[in-house]
Write a protein that binds this ligand. Structure first.
Ligand code: HEC
Length: 150
């Protein structure tokens, strides 16, 4: 059978593009630990699907997308209060790896809103009341992002 050279070329281009798309997809999930540890998976679920922590703690580009490597790396908030507030934190710090808090401090913070050296939480950070078990999972997950955060 005679193969048309343009067909060979276009299928090569298609395969190269598919490979490139797969590589981009793989590099975009750099922060996800490859794990089947149930505690880390629970923490990831609470961070990404329940608390939506990345809504405030990740910077976004002009299209509203989180650039690669910026997930949970901290961000200036893109909004401000519409009524006078006694206190307000205009910046959501980096929480990938939880660089400023020990495990015990972070667990206390997520169960009571207190326990940070920097003082009690300020809005708009929600004063979460995670159960001790869920706080442990969230903190274990965030600490696990340390090695890969850059
Ligand atoms: C509505 C925005 C918002 C959401 C959603 C949010 N945060 Fe925050 N977070 C903040 C802001 C703003 C601060 C800074 C508060 C301050 O300095 O008092 C903060 C502070 C923190 C801190 C303290 C960090 C430090 O270095 O002191 C931790 C830990 C934290 N957030 C974890 C989380 C987790 C975990 C979630 C999801 C379960 C989450 N946050 C969701 C806005 C948010």
């Amino acid at each position: 059978m005679k193969t048309n050279p343009t067909e060979i070329k276009s299928s090569f281009v298609r395969e190269t593009l598919t490979l490139a798309a797969l590589l981009v997809a793989a590099s975009a999930c750099w922060a996800a630990p490859a794990t089947d540890d149930p505690v880390l998976l629970r923490g990831k679920y609470l961070v990404e699907n329940v608390g939506l922590c990345g809504d405030c703690h990740s910077q976004r580009d002009e299209k509203g997308q989180i650039p690669a490597g910026k997930h949970l790396m901290g961000a200036a908030l893109p909004f401000a209060p519409t009524v006078p507030m006694p206190v307000w934190a205009p910046m959501a710090p980096r929480i990938a790896g939880l660089p400023t808090l020990s495990v015990a401090q972070a667990e206390e913070y997520l169960t009571t809103g207190e326990g940070r050296p920097a003082g009690p939480t300020r809005p708009p950070m929600p004063p979460y009341r995670f159960s001790p078990e869920d706080a442990k999972a969230v903190v274990a997950y965030l600490k696990s992002l340390k090695a890969k955060a850059h």
